[in-house]
Design a protein around this ligand. Structure first.
Ligand SMILES: NC(=O)C1=CN([C@@H]2O[C@H](COP(=O)(O)OP(=O)(O)OC[C@H]3O[C@@H](n4cnc5c(N)ncnc54)[C@H](OP(=O)(O)O)[C@@H]3O)[C@@H](O)[C@H]2O)C=CC1
Ligand SMILES: CC1=C(/C=C/C(C)=C/C=C/C(C)=C/C=O)C(C)(C)CCC1
Length: 337
């Protein structure tokens, strides 16, 4: 048998492992293409919720880089200020602002909108990104299960309160950051608030399915207004979202699971690509009510396309958020249903 130099065998072995891993990673993780830098958004006004960290921060960063005036809608103003400073120093765009908006408190959402409207008369892009996953059962200020409350109800109220400004700014866009987790979700109208039983995973999946159903129903209602609304799955991304998954407290997880998982997760920059694409791509001018992943249109689950479920969820969301009756003096809105 011919003898190969050892270094050749070793380097080709390493090459094969690295090359194979990159291909495998691309296959598992997905690889959305970056929208060309020539697509600018100078002078556009946008809001990104939950933009002090993770996908939201990178989304705000990229919008600022492309010339937008960005409002960072965050629950923690200190964290928001730190992220804002980084965004300004990286992009040199001074038009980045921090505003308090706690999606777990309808009064805070209403205050955010009132203040926004005193400063701005137009809104070109709303990115409903903020979210929480698999937390232990807790309630929002108005008594809604936290994941449904933050991921869906808070954004439902925020979006509806901004519709007049979005409509008068048309063409304008709304991006709802959902998840592939919506495919495992069902809307449990018998126990929407998880009062009879609580499964953190099921509550997350339900809230992400609600994001897609909200997108579908809103798109219907906005036909002909020039406002388009789409949902995205950002990929599985290395962010703080997994904070309730228990990986932080275990040595085994820290040594083996986290490094392995980290390798196969997208970076937050990669995670922001689909949101940016759906917010800005000129080719999507007339696309509405759709679902995107890796910057491509995909079919959502069957239940996510059910108009009866979408309309029922909309009616319940109107009541629970007191969209047309902002008197939130009742301690538990849900109990009043
Ligand atoms: N990471 C992933 O793999 C995936 C993420 N997604 C979705 O992407 C979105 C962004 O998540 P990601 O960046 O990963 O997660 P992070 O946890 O890194 O960021 C979530 C953001 O939402 C904010 N947030 C949480 N609760 C509230 C609230 N009550 N009011 C206002 N803001 C709030 C957080 O603020 P704070 O820092 O103060 O907690 C943070 O800014 C979410 O909607 C998530 O469901 C979907 C699929 C996969
Ligand atoms: C916990 C944790 C991690 C894992 C996060 C994961 C696995 C998130 C999955 C999110 C999903 C599936 C969202 C769906 O919508 C890291 C980043 C490896 C390291 C830090 C701690």
């Amino acid at each position: 048998m011919a003898k190969f130099p050892r270094f050749l065998i070793i380097t080709s072995g390493i090459g094969a492992v690295v090359g194979g891993s990159v291909i495998l990673k691309d296959f598992i993780v997905g690889n959305g293409q970056k929208l060309p830098e020539t697509v600018r958004a100078d002078g556009k006004v946008c809001i990104v919720t939950g933009s002090n960290t993770g996908i939201g921060k990178e989304t705000a960063m990229e919008l600022a880089r492309r010339g937008c005036k960005v409002y960072m809608a965050c629950r923690d103003i200190e964290k928001c200020r730190k992220a804002r400073a980084e965004i300004i120093s990286d992009t040199l765009n001074q038009h980045v602002h921090c505003r308090k908006c706690d999606l777990a408190d309808f009064e805070s959402v209403r205050q955010f909108v009132t203040e926004f409207k005193t400063k701005e008369s137009k809104l070109d892009i709303l990115i409903n990104n903020g979210g929480i996953m698999r937390c232990p059962r807790k309630l929002t200020k108005q008594g809604i299960e936290m994941q449904l409350g933050v991921n869906h109800m808070g954004h439902f109220l925020l979006t509806n309160l901004l519709l007049d400004t979005l409509t008068s700014s048309a063409p304008s866009r709304i991006v709802n950051v959902s998840s592939i987790a919506h495919t495992r979700g069902t809307i449990n109208f018998e126990d929407l608030n998880s009062e009879k039983s609580y499964d953190p995973g099921a509550a997350y999946n339900q809230s992400k399915l609600a994001n897609v159903l909200f997108t579908k129903e809103l798109a219907e209602r906005l036909q002909g207004t020039g406002v388009i609304v789409n949902a995205v799955h950002p990929g599985i991304v290395k962010t703080e979202l997994g904070r309730h998954m228990g990986l932080e407290n275990s040595i085994m997880a820290s040594l083996f699971v986290k490094p392995l998982l980290s390798f196969f997760l997208k970076s937050p920059v990669q995670g922001a690509l689909t949101s940016i694409y759906v917010a800005l791509a000129p080719s999507l001018e007339n696309k509405t009510g759709k679902y995107f992943s890796d910057c491509k249109e995909k079919d959502p689950s069957e239940q996510a396309m059910d108009p009866i479920v979408a309309k029922r969820l909309w009616a319940t969301s109107e009541k629970w958020t007191r969209l047309y009756n902002s008197d939130s003096s009742s301690p538990s809105l849900v109990a009043a249903m």
